[in-house]
Write a protein that binds this ligand. Structure first.
Ligand code: AMP
Length: 391
């Protein structure tokens, strides 16, 4: 895969067509559920039999870098998309020549690597936290001296949910931080620590026709680096909400995004916005759209790659999305099987989504609940008073 895409000719992919998805996890499953309702068929390429998406669509069971299997996916699909960004470079290039991949490979190439991503965001005129590339322990020492502590050392590729990063709080940590992260065999990036007031995200979609729409920002609360809550509307003023949406639109435009782009941002006390990172796919912090917006992020992604007009992104109800991890499954399922008097009393509607994963491993994302309510406080109260998320 290279940074130069051959310009793809856009097509309109109508209902009845087959959409192929690289990856068959929960994002693929929710894309397939949304798209099936619109009349599309789905096929996934995924190494795990009977996974979240395979349960609701056809599946080719093979490794992601299996060229023969990717070719079969291409043969069966009218359009191909992906549900994770670490798509094998050669497979992406092959699919580009054998099939219709309206998202291209450049967006993947850029967002797979923090340095390339930050350069692209900066080129769009959007601020990121001050950063520099680190190629030696000496450079790290100099970087720490210039940014001050704490600061954050990250691997350029492969990190997720806080993995592949080290918050440096004292000079003594420098050799160990450098040694540990160097093992990843990728460039390292040092970032100034942003003393953020809030973390938010905006998901924007750009269609093959160039139309762009953003969803309302979500306020995200992480616990041990895993997303716990997305609160919408985000508890920031309206002007900042509009500004965050505009930044996401600017990024989508400047990077020629097709499909969804999730933009994670830090908000400081004085109202400055810095982009932390991007994801060119449906995002956990956009699951709230499923019941709370007129169009879900999944439907929007399908509309965007199929060349249909984008859907209305208006928020219909305040909502708090809470993730259901392995340790929450049992109490959640039990609660859903009974009349929920607390929900009735608070006037909230908890909508459960489970992904069909068999092993409820501790901290594994198994599902989520969109708690629809007339106020954010009522939704938060339900989450608090069920006591399910105390563990
Ligand atoms: P990331 O993998 O880049 O999304 O980072 C995971 C989490 O670490 C973020 O959601 C933040 O809470 C925190 N974090 C990452 N980079 C910074 C930074 N430059 N300043 C402050 N917090 C950060």
């Amino acid at each position: 895969m290279s940074g130069n895409d051959v310009k793809t000719i856009t097509r309109t992919i109508l209902p009845g067509s087959t959409i192929g998805i690289l990856g068959g996890g929960q994002l693929g499953r929710m894309l397939a559920n949304a798209g099936s309702a619109m009349g599309y068929r789905f096929v996934t390429l995924d190494p795990t039999e009977d996974g979240p998406m395979g349960q609701v669509s056809e599946q080719i069971t093979a490794a992601y870098d299996d060229h023969g299997a990717a070719l079969r996916l291409a043969e069966r699909s009218d359009v191909i998309t992906y549900e994770f960004e670490n798509v094998d470079a050669e497979v992406a290039a092959m699919l580009m020549s054998e099939s219709y991949v309206p998202q291209g490979s450049e967006l993947l190439y850029t967002t797979q690597h923090r340095l390339r991503e930050k350069a692209a965001i900066t080129a769009a005129g959007v601020p990121v936290a001050p950063y520099r590339e680190i190629a030696s322990e000496e450079e790290l020492r100099a970087g720490v001296a210039s940014f001050g502590m704490p600061c954050v050392l990250k691997t350029a590729m492969g990190g997720y949910d806080g993995k592949g990063q080290w918050v440096i709080r004292s000079e003594e940590e420098i050799p160990e931080a450098y040694e540990m992260l160097s093992k990843a065999k990728t460039e390292l990036v040092l970032e100034q620590f942003i003393a953020f007031d809030k973390e938010i995200s905006v998901i924007a979609a750009r269609s093959t026709n160039g139309e762009i729409k953003a969803f309302p920002p979500a306020e995200n609360i992480h616990v041990e680096n895993i997303l716990h809550l997305s609160i919408v509307p985000a508890r920031i003023n309206e002007e900042l909400q509009r500004k965050a949406e505009q930044l996401a639109v600017r990024i989508a435009e400047s990077m020629n995004v097709v499909g969804l782009i999730a933009v994670e941002l830090f908000v400081t006390k004085d109202g400055a916005l810095f982009v932390n990172e991007l994801a060119p796919r449906p995002h956990n912090s956009g699951h709230y759209t499923m019941e709370a917006c007129r169009t879900s992020q999944f439907e929007q992604h399908i509309r965007a790659i199929c060349g249909l007009p984008l859907g209305d992104t208006t928020l219909m109800s305040p909502v708090v999305m809470v993730n259901v991890l392995g340790q929450h499954v049992e109490p959640v399922v039990k609660r859903m099987a009974e009349r929920d008097e607390l929900a009735d009393k608070l006037g909230v509607a908890p909508k459960l989504h489970l992904y069909g994963k068999k092993d409820a491993v501790f901290k594994r994302k198994m599902g989520h609940i969109n708690v629809l309510a007339s106020t954010i406080d009522a939704a938060l109260k339900w989450i608090e008073e069920t006591t399910i998320w105390k563990v």
